[in-house]
Structure formats: C-alpha cells, structure tokens
Unconditional design. Structure first.
Length: 573
C-alpha cells in the first residue's frame, strides 16, 4: 500500500511539472529599454537641429534626409539616446553618463544634415551639471543688430520647484526675439520688448515689457486652460509656433480660405495663432519667443504657392515633466434664474460673488471627491442644492435655471477643454480616431428657456451649422431639451474664423428646425470677440477662437421680466 502511494505521488509530480508553462522569450515594449540617469543640463533646440554630439560621441543617428531635404517615414533609425527616431526634438536632458567627475559635459555640438534647415553657426560648448542651479541651453537664431547673428546659444536658469499653492502653476516669459534681417517681411515681423496676455489681451502682471535677451521671474497662476498670447510693444500679436502660420505679408495675421481679404487662394482672418493649453497644477512653464522659419507668406500666385520667411514666434516649454493631475477639478457657477440675484457655495464656502441674471463666477479649484453645491438667494435661503462628485481634471459649469413650473434647478455640465475629440471614423475601439484641435472654435448649445420643451440653434436662414468637415454638428445644436446637455459629440465644431450667426427655433420631435422665434435677437459671430480693442488690424476677425457655451435664457412670454435671449459663456481664459 505504501509503495502504491509513492508511485501515485511521483506520477502526480511529473504530471504537474509537465503542465508548467515554459517562457522561452520575453518582449519589452518600452521605447528606451536601458535606464538613463538625467543631469540638470537641458538643451532646448529652437533652430531645427537634428543631430547631437557630446565629447565627440554621436547621440543621434546622423541619418541624412531624403532627396527633398525632409525626413520620410522610412528614415527612422533609433539610438540608445534617441530611441524613437534617432533625431533631436525640441528639448533633451543630457544624461549623466556624459558628465565627467567634475560635473562638466564637454563639447556639446548641434548640427543638421539637411540643407533645408537654415541653422545659425554652431560651436561646441561646455555645460555644468549643478543640482542647485539647473540650466537650459537655448539654441536659437538670434540677431541683436544689423551686423548679423551675434550668438545662437543662451544659458538660462530653469525653475524646477512648483508653486507654493499646489493648485497653481508657475509661468515665466523668455524673450529671445531678433530684429528683422534680409529674409524677413516687415509686415509679419514683431520684435522688441514683448508682453504675455490672456486671450482677451489683458496683460499678465509680472510678464510685461520683457526686453529682448532677457526673461521675467516666474509668476503663479491658478491651474487651468488658457490661450496665452504674446504682444509686441505696439499691441500686435506675435504668432505662435505651429502649422497655422500662413501669414498676410502686409499684416502678419493668419490667412485661410475662410477669411475676408484675398491674396491668391488665401484670405486674411485678422487672427494670430495662439494655442489653447491646459497648464497643470504643479507645472512649471516658460513661454519663449525666438526667430525661426516656421512661417510662410503667399506669393500671390493663383495656384496658392507660398514661400518661407523668417519670423519671431512663441512656444510653450514645460520646464519640468508636466505633473499628472490626480487631485483637483475646476468649477464655476452661472445664474440663469430670472428675477433672482444668487450666490453659489461649495461645502458652505462661497464660490465667487453674488450674480445677477446671466452672471457667471470665475473658476475655482476643488479637491476631488464628494461635495455639496448650493445656490442661495440674497437672503441666504437655499434655492437648490445637489451633490457633486468631482473627478481629477474635471471642468464643470453649474447652471441655476427655472423648471417649467418656475422652481429652481441645477444643471451640471462637463466642459471639454482638452481639444481632443472623436472623429467618428473608428474601425475598432476608436483609439486611433481621437483628434487634437489646438485652435478650437467649439460651441456647446443649451436650452434654459422654460417656455420651450425643446429648441434648435441654427446658422443663417435656418440652415444647419457647416462645421469642420471632420465633425458632424447637427446633434449638438438640434432638439435641445430644457436643462439637458447633449452627451455624445456635444460641441458644434466650427471652421477657423467662422462667420455664422446663431438663430433660435422652437422645434419638436421630427420637425427641424421648427419655428423661428423672431423675438429672440440673432447672435452675430462677432459677439464671440471679448475685447475688440485687442486687434490692431484693419478689420475685426469674424469670430474669436475658444471653447464656449451658448445658452438660451429668459422667457418668451410677453410680460416676462427677462426676455428670452442667447448668452455666451467662454470656458478658457
């Protein structure tokens, strides 16, 4: 009996060992599979350099571009130091492997193999690795005077400590603009002292009148989504760096097929490109202006040819890896309850000032989790309240509006300020159908008129909005129920410099658009321009980029204290 048990145990052990899964390979999908310890030396490449050597060792692949002078999709040869494509990008932190025992990185040299990249003269330089004094080395085109390029490298101290307020970010302005040279077009060129402003042109204290070759201190801003702009001393906008830089040679403003004044196949929009970006809590940023060949101007040829020109443009550089926001959400309140002045509180604390009808608060930041939101009248009596579950990076607007019986209600609406949207052409799970819009003209439509069970917004003459070709807009503007936001594809995504007016229609199921409500004033596209005095242009733009809500508020009744009208709430600053 004992022998039989022994045989059984041996057989079981053999059986289980035979079923054990053997791993004869592993797959590491990390782009960089070897640990690299960074130094405090960061290179900021604003001149289009593609190659880098340090102390005579090549860190990039030194792969030549194709015959057109540009890199094609097959010209990717990753290295240990640049694993994605073997070429330099905008920023690169020097590895400590290239720092000697005395803390120096020796003979750092930028270069390019492309004749298309008009780089300034380069020379090897040394950089010090210092934990107490991190530095950026900006490689730029720089012309301080008519004699030519004096220097192309600037060593700039870099801040790495976050703001004292954990719900804030830090921003500074670095002006490395150059004077005009032989390849510049006077109408497009901005130089001299410059300032940073909010989207409406309001200057930001601490970031104003920064002279060329200098930089401001870091200032603290509440975290949030901004369209920061750079203004020259005469108030004209400096264009942002990016693909939207076909400029009118007379005005320096953005040209597009939907503008006003023509030149070849292009028309002037009277706008300047400035990206809309979320500045994260704990983030540290530098806004830098430098000369490059990013812009082009039409030649006037009817075929639409353009030529590249030198121009000063700005870009936003993250000075530390942008923190992931796991802690904070932003919220604002709007009052669309006729006949009442109200105030909002969150967990008993005021959220902004007392609001008249159609008034809105600024945004406030809150820690994620459950909160109690209340709307109070002037006597501090609660008109409506609700629980709010805040998730990280939420951007919410609370609307106090009247139900059909006149009783107050709260509508919580989530705003998308990321610029990302689904283009509707997915073949699998949509992961590769998410697009990014850095210069959005987005409008969410809301119905807060208790006299209308549903309503529809239209463009001129009752026609549907003709938005960007990649995004349907009908569902976002038609058959809107009282107080209910559209959940899927909630924005009317319009083309650059849209010129539609907005009209309000009383609709009903199966009937689109319905009956035009003539008593409701038409909303002209130029109503979306916050401060017309910002634009130092021969004409105003047709509209201003941003993420908006257009809401129908008030009543259509003849004796209503607040007549029905459309209001605009802009969610980025």
């Amino acid at each position: 009996m004992k022998t039989n048990i022994t045989y059984i145990l041996v057989a079981a052990a053999w059986l289980f060992s035979g079923c054990t899964k053997k791993l004869d390979y592993t797959y590491d999908n990390r782009i960089n599979q070897q640990p690299i310890t960074p130094s405090t030396i960061r290179l900021v490449n604003l001149c289009g350099a593609t190659e880098l050597t340090i102390n005579g060792q090549a860190l990039t692949s030194f792969t030549a571009p194709d015959r057109d002078g540009y890199y094609g999709p097959d010209q990717t040869k990753g290295t240990r130091w640049f694993p994605e494509n073997g070429r330099m990008g905008t920023t690169y932190t020097v590895p400590r492997a290239f720092v000697d025992k005395n803390g120096w990185a020796d003979s750092i040299l930028f270069s390019s193999l492309s004749a298309k990249v008009n780089m300034p003269p380069t020379r090897p330089f040394w950089a010090k690795d210092d934990d107490n004094n991190p530095k950026d080395y900006y490689f730029v085109r720089y012309r301080p005077n008519a004699a030519g390029y004096e220097d192309s490298l600037f060593a700039i101290p870099r801040g790495i400590s976050p703001a004292a307020d954990p719900a804030a970010c830090k921003v500074r302005f670095l002006n490395l603009s150059s004077i005009a040279g032989p390849n510049t077009v006077p109408g497009v060129y901005r130089s001299g002292a410059m300032s940073v402003a909010f989207a409406d042109g309001t200057l930001i204290t601490g970031l104003s009148n920064v002279a060329p070759g200098t930089y401001s201190d870091y200032i603290s801003l509440p975290y949030g989504t901004y369209q920061l702009k750079v203004l020259a001393a005469d108030g004209k906008e400096v264009p942002g760096n990016g693909s939207l830089n076909t400029l009118n040679p007379s005005t320096g403003t953005l040209m597009d097929q939907f503008g006003d004044i023509g030149l070849g196949n292009y028309k002037d929009t009277w706008l300047s490109y400035a990206p809309i970006k979320t500045f994260q809590p704990g983030g540290v940023y530098t806004i830098v202006v430098a000369m490059n060949w990013d812009a082009k101007v039409p030649t006037g040829n009817p075929n639409g040819e353009t030529m590249a020109v030198e121009v000063n443009t700005f870009r936003i550089i993250a000075d530390i890896t942008e923190p992931l926001n796991n802690t904070y959400a932003r919220m604002q309140g709007v009052n669309v309850l006729p006949g009442k002045k109200i105030s909002w509180t969150m967990d008993g604390q005021p959220m902004g000032n007392t609001l008249p009808f159609s008034g809105q608060t600024d945004y406030s930041a809150y820690v994620t989790g459950m909160h109690i939101l209340k709307a109070m009248d002037e006597n501090k009596q609660v008109l409506a309240e609700t629980q709010v579950a805040l998730q990280p990076a939420d951007n919410l607007t609370a609307w106090l509006y009247p139900r059909k019986d006149g009783s107050p209600a709260i509508s919580l609406v989530a705003n998308n300020l990321s610029g990302r949207f689904y283009n509707g052409n997915a073949t699998d799970n949509g992961a590769y159908s998410i697009w990014k819009d850095g210069f959005p003209f987005w409008i969410r439509c809301m119905n807060f008129c208790p006299d209308l069970d549903e309503m529809t917004f239209t463009a001129d003459n009752g026609l549907p909005f003709r938005g960007a070709s990649y995004q349907a807009t009908d569902a976002a503007s038609q058959h809107l129920l009282l107080g209910k936001p559209v959940a899927d594809n909630p924005y009317v995504i319009l083309n650059l410099n849209f010129s539609n007016s907005m009209l309000a229609y009383a609709s009903r199921p199966g009937v689109t658009p319905g009956d035009w409500i003539r008593s409701i004033p038409v909303l002209n596209s130029r109503a979306f321009i916050a401060r017309p005095e910002l634009y130092k242009t021969p004409s105003l733009p047709r509209s201003e980029p941003g993420v908006y809500t257009v809401a129908l508020v008030g009543s259509t009744a003849a004796n209503a204290p607040e007549k029905a009208r459309m209001i605009i709430v802009k969610h980025n600053k």
